[in-house]
Design a protein around this ligand. Structure first.
Ligand SMILES: C[S@@+](CC[C@H](N)C(=O)[O-])C[C@H]1O[C@@H](n2cnc3c(N)ncnc32)[C@H](O)[C@@H]1O
Length: 323
């Protein structure tokens, strides 16, 4: 997702855009909900495709991104409503608008390159900035609150769980000992401390991603309740879709993709618990059919153009008509 400038408003290069259009097939008259509006890149194509009779609804919990999207979408035809909210509340937004259900729902999870590249937001370990990391800056704990106040065990657990970092205990121990001398305030301070705690863990001849990558991912996911929002949304997404309507979700790491895959399996009527067959209480009701059996991944030319797209996975499903 590269940032480019058109006039004064930043836009970015969305991931798997061709595939979003191909699998969601937005068309004139559709109600299209983009739950992760970002800069409005995917939104502008979708809103054009559903105009003039369609209704585009865009959600984002980042007020600044929403303002940029509003500007970027100004000249795009058709009826639109942009709302500052978490996509976990999509059903209430649809009910308030008296629309109730959508023809197409799209989620492109995580953060945009605009958010990542802004040093004032604190998302990136290679930019000096305040240790914030909140998408919604109007509420909630910052990454600094978590790093400076959480007990060592809790810190280690969240770095392990959300960052899948095998050295989480070692990192948490070092952070706690350093913060006793001086509280962490900036991204560089944190990145350096994590790097210091991992010295000697990479075998000669082996390369590793930046040592702070997983810790930063963990803090971002925790601070923004990312998996919780996705889980809540996935519990009720079928109700947000018209029969025959489609949903497409792009995820960027295995924790997200696992949640999407499991929810789709449950709604296809499969067992998703670990219990023996005779004890399984999974509803086994067929609410959707899978449009993509395996996740769609970016083509080589897209990865070449935009290396950040390399971990993207796109899954699509359709609500069945006979419910
Ligand atoms: C990868 S970007 C989306 C980019 C967008 N598709 C485009 O083409 O510009 C993800 C966006 O979703 C927003 N976001 C992430 N989780 C969210 C949530 N739970 N509710 C609402 N917005 C969320 C982020 O603030 C960010 O702007």
């Amino acid at each position: 997702m590269m940032i480019t400038m058109q006039g004064k408003s930043p836009v970015h290069q969305p991931v798997l855009l061709r595939e979003m259009m191909e699998y969601l097939v937005p068309q004139n008259g559709d109600v299209f909900v983009d739950g992760t509006l970002g800069m409005g890149g995917a939104a502008s194509l979708a809103s054009e495709a559903i105009a003039p009779q369609g209704f585009f609804i865009g959600l984002d919990k980042d007020a600044e991104s929403l303002d940029i999207a509003r500007n970027n979408l100004k000249k795009v035809a058709g009826k639109k409503e942009l709302v500052h909210t978490d996509f976990r509340d999509m059903k209430s937004v649809l009910d308030e608008l008296e629309i109730h259900q959508a023809d197409k729902i799209f989620l492109d999870l995580g953060i945009s390159s605009f958010q990542l590249d802004q040093d004032t937001r604190g998302f990136s370990f290679d930019k000096e900035g305040p240790l914030d990391m909140r998408m919604d800056r109007s509420s909630g704990l910052t990454a600094a609150d978590v790093v400076n106040k959480f007990p060592e065990k809790e810190l280690a657990d969240l770095i392990y769980l959300y960052g899948e970092e095998r050295y989480s205990r070692r990192i948490a121990k070092r952070l706690v000992s350093l913060r006793d001398e001086k509280a962490f305030e900036t991204t560089r301070e944190l990145a350096e401390a994590v790097k210091g705690s991992l010295r000697g863990t990479v075998k000669p001849g082996h390369t590793r991603i930046h040592p702070a990558t997983r810790t930063f991912q963990a803090l971002r996911i925790y601070v923004n309740h990312e998996l919780e929002s996705l889980e809540i949304f996935l519990q009720g997404f079928v109700e947000c879709l018209k029969p025959g309507g489609r949903i497409g979700i792009i995820s960027f790491h295995s924790l997200e993709d696992r949640l999407v895959k499991t929810a789709f399996r449950r709604e296809v009527g499969q067992c998703v618990c670990d219990a023996p067959v005779e004890l399984c209480k999974c509803p086994k009701k067929v609410n959707i059919r899978l449009i993509t059996r395996k996740p769609v991944i970016p083509a080589e030319d897209e990865i070449f153009d935009n290396p950040r797209s390399r971990s993207a996975k796109f899954r699509v499903a359709e609500r069945v008509k006979s419910i």
